[in-house]
Structures are given as structure tokens and as C-alpha cells.
Design a protein around this ligand. Structure first.
Ligand code: FPP
Length: 249
């Protein structure tokens, strides 16, 4: 008789206070290109390595009790990259999303997407819908993938929706407040963003979660995304827990 020992991955939560875990974390997955270049490899290899990091960090966040993780996978400005790199990224998204059922079988993570996905090819849009459907029963963390996402674009779209609702008489101008407006954003019904992480040494928001970042804490690191480890994620959460958040008070 054969016995198969299930490999149980040890998640080191270290000194994380379980009662003060950031509810919603945003990550700008930066530095894939530089990581690859330093190794004499094409940028697309860096993006592939970035997907592996995303899996590890999503598992870690889910295990420590993060409720939502929004990752910046493709911005509204990323179309300006070379056709070769945009093509490689589209292929990577497509291939990963078509094997999502297998990839997420033992994960209780639920996928969601933010951004103007209508701009993608029909087959990629179908793969996105499929990924949302096959992970919909997940009762763990929501992994919100920002694709063809721009914070300004998101706000303009929400403003248009609000104006439309006013012109239809569905709401009065005075009825539009922060709560109403927030529900018109891609992140509707997700917890407030508590922590935004940007690896690779850059210290800017780059049009990521502009509205949602209002009271978020920022955490920067020089490490390129493919090298970002669970230990780094743990450090970011511990640093977050040591900050004094006053929300303007
Ligand atoms: C930024 O690094 C990274 C991107 C524009 C792409 C990020 C995408 C992934 C990690 C893939 C995610 C895949 C799925 C299926 C969700 P950069 O290229 O700007 O790096 P650089 O600043 O070193 O040039």
C-alpha cells in the first residue's frame, strides 16, 4: 500500500498581530524587467517569475488573514511598451488564466478583476470570465487583479456613472457622497485599502488605487518583485502594525 504524504507548507506568521492584519493590501508588482535584465534574460522572463511571486505572496496574505489583495498587473499606460512586451504579457495572462482551475484547486482564493477588460482580446476576456467563475466558491481572500487599470480612468468612469444616475433621476446631486461614489469604483464592497506595497525602489503611486489610497500606509523596498519573499511580506505587515494611523484626526 502506498502512502502519499501531503506536503504542508509552513507559513511563518512570526510576530504578526492577528487582530490587526491589514484588511486590504495593494501591491505594485514592479521590477520584473530589471530583474530579468540583470540576469541577461528578456523582460518576459521577469514577468513569468513575477507570477510565481504573486502565487507565493497571495498564499501568504490569505494565510495571515488579509481579506483582499489588489495587484497591479497591467496599467492603462502599459500599452505604450513595445509590441513584443505587450504581446508577451497578454500571452502570459491568457495561459495562466486558462490553467487557473488547476492552479487554484487547493487554494480558497477568489479572483476578481479591476480595469477596462473590454479592451482585451475576446479570448482573454473569456479566460478572465472563466477564472472568475471557477474560483467563485472560494471563501478565502479575494485576489483582485488590476488589468488595463488606471486610477484616474476609474474615477472618470465613476463620475460618468454618477452623472448618468443624476440625469436619469435615480439620485440627486446632493445624494452623491463618498460612500455612494466608492460603490461606483472597481473596488466596490472590498474593505478599505490599508497598505500599499511597492518593491523595486520606486516611491510613487503610478496611477494605482488613487481614490482608495487616501489613508493607506505605504511600504517600499528595493527588492525586485520576482525576489519578493514571504519574509518581506511579513516585514511589511509588521511595519504597518507599528504605524500610528490617525485618519486625519
Ligand atoms: C512591472 O515591472 C510589472 C508589470 C508591468 C507586469 C506585472 C505582471 C505580472 C507579474 C504578471 C501577473 C500575471 C497574472 C496572471 C495576474 P516592470 O516591467 O515595469 O519592471 P521594470 O521597472 O524593472 O522595468
Amino acid at each position: 500500500m502506498l502512502f502519499f504524504k501531503k506536503k504542508i507548507k509552513h507559513i511563518d506568521t512570526g510576530d504578526i498581530d492577528p487582530s490587526r492584519v491589514p484588511q486590504h493590501v495593494g501591491i505594485i508588482m514592479d521590477g520584473n524587467g530589471r530583474w530579468a535584465k540583470r540576469r541577461g534574460m528578456p523582460r518576459s522572463v521577469g514577468h513569468k517569475a513575477g507570477v510565481d511571486t504573486l502565487e507565493r505572496i497571495a498564499d501568504y496574505c490569505n494565510a495571515v488573514g488579509v481579506k483582499a489583495l489588489t495587484v497591479y498587473a497591467f496599467s492603462t499606460e502599459n500599452w505604450k511598451r513595445s509590441a513584443e512586451e505587450v504581446g508577451a504579457l497578454m500571452n502570459l495572462f491568457y495561459h495562466y488564466l486558462t490553467i487557473i482551475e488547476e492552479k487554484f484547486r487547493n487554494r480558497n482564493i477568489k479572483l476578481r478583476f479591476s480595469g477596462d477588460t473590454a479592451a482585451f482580446s475576446d479570448k482573454l476576456q473569456k479566460a478572465i470570465d472563466h477564472a472568475v467563475e471557477v474560483t467563485s466558491s472560494g471563501d478565502g481572500m479575494i485576489l483582485n487583479v488590476a488589468m488595463n487599470y488606471g486610477g484616474r480612468d476609474e474615477i472618470v468612469r465613476a463620475a460618468r456613472s454618477a452623472a448618468d444616475a443624476v440625469s436619469r433621476g435615480e439620485i440627486t446631486l446632493e445624494g452623491i457622497d463618498e460612500e455612494y461614489f466608492g460603490k461606483l469604483l472597481y473596488t466596490a464592497n472590498l474593505p478599505e485599502v490599508d497598505l500599499i506595497i511597492r518593491p523595486s525602489g520606486e516611491q510613487r503611486l503610478s496611477n494605482f488605487l488613487l481614490w482608495q489610497a487616501a489613508y493607506a500606509e505605504f511600504w517600499y523596498s528595493d527588492i525586485c518583485w520576482p525576489d519578493f519573499s514571504e519574509q518581506d511580506m511579513k516585514q511589511a505587515i509588521i511595519d504597518y502594525q507599528n504605524r500610528s494611523r490617525r485618519f486625519g484626526a
